[in-house]
Design a protein around this ligand. Structure first.
Ligand code: FE2
Length: 131
């Protein structure tokens, strides 16, 4: 029987097109909101077609020593070229990138998960220090 933890794939986002890239500061000031940009295909482009696309990216934060992660936000990418005329006919495609902001008093790990409609679940993470 499969479990979620067995289904998440990971790799270096610079060489594997499905891995969400997390762009955020290495260190932030306590309690001050900062920007986190997440995207798929930053170095190696991922297709964005009706038949093959990224559906969503979800961002989490796991403070050091905490039992559970906190969900920061989720972005769905919902237009993929489909229209009444059929697949890849509308010319309208949501690009698979998003920006979220959050603040924390605690250092920890930013985690991102993403989903490709045919290549499944992917994950990545980035350390965050707090000054
Ligand atoms: Fe894919």
């Amino acid at each position: 029987m499969a479990e979620f933890k067995d289904l998440f794939q990971s790799a270096d986002w610079k060489t594997e097109k499905h891995v969400p890239a997390i762009e955020a500061p290495d260190a932030v000031k306590k309690g001050e909101p900062f920007e986190v940009k997440v995207s798929v295909g930053k170095e190696v482009a991922h297709p964005n077609k009706t038949e093959h696309h990224i559906r969503w990216i979800n961002v989490w934060f796991h403070p050091d020593g905490s039992k559970f992660p906190y969900e920061i936000g989720m972005t769905s990418f919902t237009a993929h070229g489909e229209s009444m005329e059929g697949p890849d006919t509308s010319s309208i495609y949501t690009h698979h990138a998003a920006t979220l902001w959050f603040k924390t008093d605690k250092p920890g790990t930013i985690l991102a998960s993403s989903f490709c409609n045919i290549h499944g679940l992917w994950q990545s993470s980035k350390r965050l220090a707090v000054k």
